[in-house]
Design a protein around this ligand. Structure first.
Ligand code: HEM
Length: 399
């Protein structure tokens, strides 16, 4: 390792430690959980220290996954890139807090399918289908937000900042806004020149998947059970529409009854909330996410409002409001049989996964650490770097 790389690793490590330290303070200020007898403070945990030690020993974050990625890659070519992304996401979040979960989910759907290469942003063409149009991406949002960020960056430093980096950096900002940890990210990803419609259709996990299928799907991308459980903590923010758990309320697994793992009172709440929605068609008339328009904050708000599920009320996942108890409330709800998606509730059905659900439900600091580290890993999945890929001038089409 030469001097520059050593130095950048030290800066990187310092950032991790500072952010985790700040986050501990934040987590310890958190309030109690509704309807549950939990203490205001997180219990002290040795698991967190073990986790940090283990991760550092494994060198998960001490070197980039690829020699072309660097910490602060745009330092010279576009020094304000990360600041521009941060301020636009924050500005839009002030107007519409649902920008944050939308961007976080977008990064998962990009990275999980053939890596973090912005392939999810490409519009369909005469010769190529778009990932956006695949069924699992039906309710994906945030495309216009990325357009706004990209056009701002193109004005400041044309042709420099990739859409793939924008996605992961915007997701990092979103995690922070939603009450999660800050985590350092390497940059220098390049953009894909193809979109993977088939892979998105068949490889993105389904909300109806059982535990073994979910574990397998994450394992093929290098995530162990603990990491999988921690990533699902992202379901602490945003909205899950009724259509994704409706079968659990009335006709679970071919029966005439509800999912027996659902808490009874919670079942009634879900039924009354979703009452209006179950008769509605799977998709309603709305602008296609593929349709391009000149980017502006108002168009971003428009697309976030008009999804194909706009008549479906859904359930908010941040039970006590934005930024409250990110992670910890989600795991506590699973322990109470109040997981919204079958796939979420399944995390309590395996011995190891349940251990981690319990650990995260009682130790917010541990969760924040784990989640930050796993988001770094997710953001580094299958990245494209020179000479592969390109920096797209518009995130919606290949140059
Ligand atoms: C087994 C894996 C997963 C499945 C099956 C799954 C499925 C879903 C479904 C069905 C929704 C509801 C979408 C809607 O109602 O419009 C959703 C929402 C969401 N998912 Fe996941 N998800 C998984 C993992 C993840 C991961 C790993 C992340 C991020 C790291 C994530 C982030 C989110 C966020 C933030 C939302 C809320 C989106 C919004 O409100 O706009 N999910 N997910």
């Amino acid at each position: 390792m030469d001097f520059t790389r050593k130095l950048s690793f030290l800066v990187f490590l310092l950032c991790v430690l500072i952010s985790l330290k700040n986050q501990n303070a934040e987590t310890n200020r958190k309030g109690s959980f509704q309807n549950a007898d939990y203490s205001q403070e997180d219990p002290p945990s040795i698991l967190g220290d073990i986790l940090i030690d283990r991760k550092l020993q494994e060198n998960d974050i001490d070197h980039p996954p690829n020699e072309w990625l660097r910490y602060d890659y745009y330092n010279e070519s576009c020094p304000f890139a990360e600041q521009i992304i941060r301020s636009i996401v924050r500005e839009l979040y002030e107007l519409r807090p649902d920008v944050a979960p939308a961007l976080l989910r977008l990064s998962f759907h990009d990275c999980f399918v053939e890596g973090c290469d912005a392939s999810v942003l490409l519009d369909a063409t005469d010769v190529m289908e778009s990932e956006k149009d695949s069924p699992p991406n039906e309710s994906l949002k945030g495309f216009d937000v990325i357009d706004i960020i990209k056009s701002e960056l193109e004005e400041s430093c044309p042709g420099v900042v990739s859409c793939a980096d924008i996605i992961v950096l915007a997701a990092r900002e979103s995690v922070l806004l939603a009450g999660g940890p800050f985590y350092p990210l390497y940059t220098g990803r390049k953009d894909s020149m193809v979109s993977f419609f088939e892979e998105a259709t068949y490889e993105l996990p389904s909300p109806q998947d059982d535990l073994s299928k979910t574990i397998e799907s994450f394992a093929t991308r290098g995530f162990d059970e603990r990491e999988t459980v921690s990533l699902l903590g992202a379901h602490s923010a945003g909205t899950i529409h009724c259509k994704f758990f409706h079968n659990r309320l009335y006709n679970f697994s071919g029966t005439d009854g509800p999912d027996p793992s659902l808490d009874t009172e919670f079942l009634e709440l879900l039924r009354s909330t979703c009452n209006q929605s179950h008769a509605m068609p799977a998709s309603s008339p709305s602008p296609s996410p593929s349709s391009s328009s000149s980017p502006s904050p108002s168009s971003a708000l428009h697309i976030l409002t008009n999804t194909t599920l706009f008549q479906d009320p859904g359930m908010k996942m941040d039970y006590e409001g934005p930024r409250k108890g990110f992670g910890i409330l989600y795991y506590r709800s699973l322990l109470q049989g109040k997981g919204l998606l079958f796939v979420d509730q399944q995390m309590t059905s395996g011995e190891e996964t349940e251990t981690w659900v319990r650990a995260y439900a009682s130790d917010g600091t541990l969760f924040q650490r784990d989640f930050g580290l796993t988001m770094i890993k997710l953001s580094d999945l299958g990245v494209l770097t020179s000479p592969m890929g390109q920096v797209r001038l518009s995130c919606r089409k290949v140059n």
